[in-house]
Design a protein around this ligand. Structure first.
Ligand SMILES: C[S@@+](CC[C@H](N)C(=O)[O-])C[C@H]1O[C@@H](n2cnc3c(N)ncnc32)[C@H](O)[C@@H]1O
Length: 302
C-alpha cells in the first residue's frame, strides 16, 4: 500500500486481523475453477493487509501441523461462507427485507450476492475494520447490490441504539447473522448479545450463528500465533486474549431459552453435500481439533 494511502486507515490489529484470515480463504476459493461462491474483493483485502503488515503471505506457517490446521480452517471457512450465503438468499426469498450482519468483517455479501429489491443490509463491526474495508471497496468502485449501511459498533456494548438510529425497523422481517463472532465474546457477552437480538426481533425473524466448542479455541489460538509470527511485532499474549470462550451449553438449547427454535447443521455433512469434503487431518494439533464441536445453526422466532 502506498505511503500516502496509509493515512486513510489503520493497520488491522487484534481481532480485526481474523477478518483477513477469512478473506484469505475466500480469495483462494474464488480462484478455483469450481468455486462455491465468488468473492471478487477478498484478494484485494488480503493484498492490502499483507502490504501493511509486511507479510509475505497469510498462508501456511512453517510447522506442518499448523499448516494442516490452516488448510482445514480455510476449507471450513469456505463451507461456512456458502452455508450462510444460502441462508440469507433463502431468508430473502421468503420475504426478509432486512439483513443484519454482526461482526461483518470483510464480508462482501452486500456486493456479491443478488438481492431482491428493497433489501437493507446492516453491517456492524469495529471502526478499524469497516474503515479498512470501505477504503478498499471505494478503490475498487464497488457498488452494493442492496442498500448497505455500515455501522461502527462494539458488539459488547449498546449497539442496538446505533442500529435503530441507522434505520433498522424492529417490526420488519429480518435475517440476522453472527458468523465467526461468538468465540470472541465471553459467555456473559454472548448472552447479552442474544438478548439484544431477541429484543429487536419480531415473530418469524431468523437468526444464523456459528458455534464453536471450547476446544477449537485453543487450536485456533495456536494457528493465529503461528500465522502472525512473521508480523513485525507479534504479541502472543494479546492474541491469546482474543479468544474468550467456547460454548459449553448445547447451542440449540441456548437459543431455545431465548425463544428461538434452532436447527443445527454439521459442517462436515454440509461440505459433503457441496461436493467439497473437508480435508483429512494430520498431526497432533489438527487431531485435537477433531475433538471440537462446531455447528452452523439456523433459528427462527416462532
Ligand atoms: C473471524 S472475523 C469474521 C468476520 C466475518 N463475519 C466473516 O466471517 O468473514 C471476526 C470479526 O469479528 C469482529 N469482532 C470481534 N469482536 C467484536 C466486537 N466486540 N465488536 C465488533 N466486532 C467484533 C472483528 O472485528 C472481526 O471482523
Amino acid at each position: 500500500m502506498a505511503g500516502n494511502q496509509r493515512q486513510e486507515y489503520q493497520v488491522l490489529t487484534g481481532v480485526g486481523l481474523t477478518a483477513v484470515h477469512v478473506a484469505a480463504a475466500r480469495a483462494a476459493e474464488s480462484q478455483r475453477s469450481d468455486p462455491l461462491f465468488d468473492d471478487p474483493f477478498a484478494a484485494d483485502f488480503v493484498t492490502a493487509a499483507e502490504a501493511e503488515l509486511s507479510f509475505t503471505n497469510y498462508h501456511p506457517p512453517a510447522a506442518q501441523d499448523t499448516a494442516d490446521l490452516w488448510s482445514w480452517v480455510a476449507s471450513y471457512a469456505v463451507i461456512r461462507t456458502r452455508f450462510f450465503d444460502d441462508y440469507l438468499r433463502d431468508a430473502c426469498a421468503e420475504g426478509c427485507r432486512q439483513v443484519v450482519i454482526l461482526a461483518a468483517g470483510l464480508d462482501t455479501r452486500a456486493f456479491r450476492l443478488s438481492w431482491p429489491a428493497g433489501v437493507r443490509l446492516f453491517e456492524l463491526d469495529t471502526p478499524e475494520v469497516l474503515t479498512f474495508k470501505d477504503h478498499i471497496l471505494t478503490e475498487r468502485d464497488a457498488t452494493p447490490a442492496c442498500q448497505r449501511v455500515a455501522i461502527n459498533a462494539d458488539l459488547r456494548h449498546d449497539w442496538p441504539a446505533a442500529l435503530i438510529q441507522a434505520g433498522f425497523y424492529p417490526a420488519a422481517a429480518t435475517a440476522w447473522l453472527a458468523e465467526g463472532l461468538l468465540m470472541y465474546l465471553t459467555q456473559h457477552e454472548r448472552d447479552q448479545l442474544l438478548e439484544r437480538i431477541s429484543q429487536l426481533s419480531a415473530p418469524g425473524n431468523r437468526l444464523a450463528i456459528e458455534y464453536n466448542s471450547e476446544y477449537i479455541n485453543q487450536t485456533a489460538v495456536q494457528l493465529m500465533i503461528d500465522s502472525l509470527s512473521r508480523s513485525p511485532s507479534p504479541d502472543e499474549a494479546f492474541l491469546k486474549t482474543l479468544w474468550q470462550s467456547g460454548t459449553h451449553e448445547d447451542p440449540t438449547s441456548w437459543l431455545g431459552r431465548h425463544g428461538w427454535q434452532a436447527h443445527e447443521y454439521d459442517a462436515g455433512e454440509r461440505a459433503q453435500s457441496y461436493g467439497r469434503p473437508l480435508p483429512a487431518y494430520h498431526g497432533p494439533v489438527v487431531q485435537s481439533a477433531l475433538a471440537a464441536r462446531r455447528g452452523l445453526i439456523i433459528a427462527q422466532q416462532p
